[in-house]
Ligand binder design. Structure first.
Ligand SMILES: NC(=O)c1ccc[n+]([C@@H]2O[C@H](COP(=O)([O-])OP(=O)(O)OC[C@H]3O[C@@H](n4cnc5c(N)ncnc54)[C@H](OP(=O)(O)O)[C@@H]3O)[C@@H](O)[C@H]2O)c1
Length: 297
């Protein structure tokens, strides 16, 4: 008698930004080794080519790996990246908004945005919004909480206890304290996490954030002298250790509920009050929508 063949479970799909280096690269390798379809993004041509080869080399048999390039300081390239990703898959199980970092001074993009703000906050905001339909497709076919959006924030979010610089969110005017701008944008990552978690909970999607701690990557090389001096004294984790926490955050039952939380080294981090202020989280969301709309997105 012919038995109907069991429906094979769809290959799970993870999108990881900033996969050409550091935390993102090690996380992409870890997911590829687990047999996921990995879609990575990088910016630098040489690092991206090397990373794509390393992820493919780490991949389990039959696992698909795609690697795309985009400068996420630019919303035009962020939107194009989203379109390219949607051309590769009709479902996304996990989106990891990891790309970003600190700068040594103010750089204003050709779109008129400040780079620290646009790469670390506006790009993940736009990318998540553009990819929401394919995250929802995966959520409709999965257990509640299986589909997740993860933000790579930082302990730097602890610094601006006064909250964000609402009068000039991007710090386009006056002095540019590069370290302070970075701390504020990492608070923005967490506030985005809080508001996103609230908005997608009803769809069975969970949003969480990572605070990696100091990690031995290319991160510090992009910063000013203070940042580079800090690297010499900091007790750093390896990117592999941080990737382990991200895989756990993406797959474990305990991290797949009660969104808006933060995690550090395989454990929950207690979010400080300014990192879970619902008024600030909603205001950031609205201001980001207004800014993107003014840019045509
Ligand atoms: N390392 C730490 O101590 C530390 C601590 C807390 C939080 N973090 C956060 O962890 C995340 C990953 O950083 P990492 O430590 O792995 O540093 P990394 O080795 O410098 O990797 C950063 C990744 O993000 C990409 N990226 C940066 N700016 C970009 C842009 N404008 N457009 C497109 N891609 C961009 C880089 O691409 P290319 O290399 O191809 O240019 C690279 O793939 C960042 O969000 C960072 O803020 C790091």
């Amino acid at each position: 008698m012919n038995q109907p063949s069991a429906q094979a479970a769809p290959q799970r799909v993870v999108v990881i930004t900033g996969a050409s280096s550091g935390i993102g690269l090690e996380t992409a390798k870890a997911f590829a080794a687990l047999g996921w379809h990995v879609i990575g993004q990088g910016r630098d041509a040489e690092r991206s080519a090397k990373a794509a080869a390393a992820i493919k080399a780490a991949a389990a048999q039959g696992c698909k790996v795609h690697f795309l390039r985009a400068n996420l300081s630019l919303m035009a390239e962020t939107k194009q990246l989203a379109d390219e990703i949607k051309g590769l898959t009709d479902r996304i199980d996990v989106l990891i908004n990891n790309a970003g970092g600190v700068r040594d001074q103010r750089y204003v993009t050709s779109e008129g945005t400040e780079e620290t703000f646009s790469a670390n906050h506006l790009a993940p905001f736009l990318l998540t919004r553009e990819l929401m339909p394919v995250l929802e497709t995966a959520a409709a076919e999965s257990e509640p909480g299986a589909v997740r959006v993860l933000a790579v924030s930082s302990m730097a979010y602890l610094q601006p206890q006064h909250g964000l610089n609402w009068v000039d969110l991007q710090r386009l005017e006056g002095e540019f304290p590069a370290g302070a701008a970075y701390c504020e944008v990492k608070l923005a990552n967490q506030l985005f996490n809080v508001e996103l978690a609230r908005r997608v909970a009803g769809k069975g999607i969970v949003s969480q954030a990572l605070v990696p701690g100091p990690v031995a990557t290319n991160f510090f090389k992009h910063g000013d002298e203070t940042m580079q001096a800090y690297e010499k004294t900091a007790q750093t984790l390896t990117p592999q250790e941080v990737a382990e926490t991200l895989v756990w955050m993406a797959t474990a039952p305990e991290t797949g509920k009660d969104g808006g939380r933060m995690f550090y080294q395989m454990a929950e981090h207690t979010v400080q009050p300014h990192g879970k202020d619902p008024v600030a989280a909603e205001r950031l969301w609205n201001e980001s929508e207004i800014l993107l709309a003014s840019m045509g997105y």
